[in-house]
Design a protein around this ligand. Structure first.
Ligand code: SAM
Length: 277
């Protein structure tokens, strides 16, 4: 009989957040496939659990994935874990789960902590529809495309960011979506210095730049979706025409983006066209 591949969530900071079932599955698994075995060893040690650990990360070979799939097919129970939170969510594991599904194996979740849903659950922003965006691209062109694509999305957005890029990312979000967009910063959730700040993209960008929100630790950014009442093309052109009487195109575009809920780049392109005309 084939075994089971369990996808096991682990804590995102507070070790007390490992579920009872996760402990049982980790203790009983024939193999724990871990993103970083030393990291997972500390978690297992904390609970006095013994397990056979092997590494599985984004650079693992196809052969390695095939070996794990073969073990499950032969009847072993394998538990997949990442360093923190839910595997596959901006973490390794996708190739293994896809391969196991393609082999028609039994793949079951052991749900638990996930930074995205933890932040969303306390942000006070709409949760009926949300879009998980992972880490924004680091390279300028890809980042610009990413922001342009998301600017008009009406769902609440959830982003991961590292401490050394959070200042630039909040500034870029404020610039692309309008500084008035409601947003939320969750820093170091469940840890000693956890911090939660609600504000507008503009005020949060200023708070991190000024050090009121320290750029230390781990961050999730939650951003309210684009307002539903987005101005149509005609209204936007009229608005820009009036603004252009008083302001240069870039500032007119910025104000129009904020008032209309349309992306700044789109407003700028129309402003330039109006100027040209
Ligand atoms: N698989 C994980 C999950 O389920 O959330 C995410 C792993 S991803 C490599 C790490 C990122 O998640 C961090 O850079 C940060 O954006 C976010 N994160 C993880 N733990 C966090 C925490 N305790 N507080 C705030 N953000 C956290």
């Amino acid at each position: 009989m084939a075994g089971v591949l369990y996808v096991v969530a682990t804590p995102i900071g507070n070790l007390g957040d490992l579920t009872v079932r996760a402990r049982e599955v980790l203790a009983e698994a024939d193999l724990v496939a871990a993103e970083d075995t030393r990291h997972t060893m500390r978690l297992l040690d904390h609970y006095g659990l013994q397990a056979r650990l092997e590494s599985l990360h984004d650079h693992s070979s196809t052969r390695r994935i095939e070996q794990i799939v073969a073990r499950v097919a032969d009847g072993d129970t394998v538990a997949l874990v990442s360093d923190a939170g839910t595997p596959l969510i901006s973490d390794p594991g996708f190739e293994l789960v896809r391969a196991a599904r393609e082999a028609d194996l039994d793949v079951r979740p052991v749900p638990g902590a996930c930074a995205a849903t933890a932040a969303l659950s306390v942000a006070g922003l709409p949760t009926d529809r949300f879009r998980f965006c992972g880490f924004p691209p680091a390279k300028a062109a890809a980042r610009e495309r990413f922001l342009t694509e998301l600017a008009g999305a009406s769902a609440t957005l959830v982003l991961y960011e590292s401490s050394h890029r959070v200042v630039a990312t909040l500034a870029a979000l404020a610039d692309a979506f309008g500084s008035g967009r409601p947003a939320f910063v969750a820093r170091e959730m469940t840890k000693r210095f956890e911090q939660y700040v609600r504000g507008s993209l503009g005020s949060l960008a200023e708070a991190v730049a000024a050090g009121e929100i320290p750029t230390k630790g781990e961050f999730v950014l939650v951003v309210g979706g684009a307002p539903e009442g987005r101005a149509d093309d005609g209204t936007l052109r009229e608005l820009l025409a009036v603004l252009l009487e008083e302001l240069p195109a870039s500032r007119a575009a910025r104000v129009a983006a904020r008032l209309s809920g349309r992306p700044r780049k789109e407003c700028f392109a129309i402003a330039e066209a109006l100027r040209g005309g």
